[in-house]
Write a protein that binds this ligand. Sequence first.
Ligand SMILES: [Zn+2]
Length: 464
Amino acid sequence: MELCFFNTLTRQKEHFQPINQNKVTMYLCGPTVYDHGHLGHGRSAVAFDVIRRYLEYCFGADRVIFVTNYTDIDDKMINRAKEKGITVKELADLIIPEYEADYQALGVKKATIQTKATDYIREMIELIQLLVDKDYAYELEDGVYFEIEKWTDYGKLSGQKQTELRAGARVESDDRKRHPHDFVLWKKEKPGEPSWDSPWGKGRPGWHIECSAMSRTNLGQPFDIHGGGMDLIFPHHEDEIAQSEAGYGSSFCNYWLHNGFITVNKEKMSKSLGNFFTLKDIFTKYSPQVVRYFFLTAHYRSPIEFSDAQLEQAKNALARLRDFFISLNYYKVQAQTAYHELEGVLKKLTVDFEQAMNDDFDTPRALALVFEFVKLINRQLATGNLPKKDISKIRDTLSEIDQVLGIFPAIEKKIDSDAEKMIKEREKARKAKNWVRSDALRTELLKKGIEVEDTPYGTVLKII
Ligand SMILES: [Zn+2]
């Protein structure tokens, strides 16, 4: 089976065909950097990190160009900077490193190209000028607007008709826009706000134009995949399509992928509802690895219910994996018999994993496969059935899979070099039948949270 995924634009699962066989181009809408990242930002970053990693797994790491942005100029930025008595740039410089730290903790790989909106003002102005020249945009006292009724495809991503949009819109009495959903491309300067020179006087870009300019500059147009949270489908992504396609006269992007919401008590988690948690809050209670694992337990398009019970479950699942890796690391057993099925089992794991990921990046299925495999191998470990040379084959296969999931590496670091020395010393003591010393070391290890269990087949370690 080849890679298929759900395309919001066509509302169906499609076989993925990149524009250029040797290159996959992908853009993800990043956060507005006026405040710390919350769980929703984390989910989007992790969902698209896994998607990007799987594309790298399929096409080669150097063939996937992944671009994402920080929006460092908009109303929220300006208001927050005012509140804090600092400049908008100072606010961005304060918050961006916080996002970087959170994302790194969550195991999100750095983008091939990480952009900031304010570095692309020239490109945004170029696109706005094109839209004005082609009569898709008009100027009012306070800014330049895109006229959606001039663009007949408007609504194709969100599946809305322009007449319905007009009927459903709240029109403000002083609104001079030609259609209530006409959106701003360039906002004219207000006192005390950051501004740049433009053919329409000093001002700053609207939000939507940023992504159109940054994606085209770095990936060309059309490019392959555009991602973001479901709440961005309308109007943000609809507007990106309209201005990019109207401006440049070619299709914008072929596949649109959107991740689902986080819910609390079945209600959407969001800043406006006040039921949200920052990543930093969560990390004080649960490790970032647990949070990453929790995200992967749901399909990226489904809503995911956030609760302590869910996080505890994720924590326990990761602990089981950790114990498994520790058993592999410290596996000292002289195999009684060979495990002839291993080659076949490893192959099947890889094939099944690829099948799960090829089916719209089905991470819950992929995790279930890993656990079935761990259960099977644990049985072999417990019965002393695995020759030591097989252990490295198991590790190799799992580390291939983890290039995509990114949940194993942190697990293995739990035993520090002090503990390793003690484990080795204890083995020596046991060989020399120095039970007093080996028991003392056992107690010491227990204090470090490492339980040593001696089985007829060898020593098994558990982290508690
Ligand atoms: Zn965007």
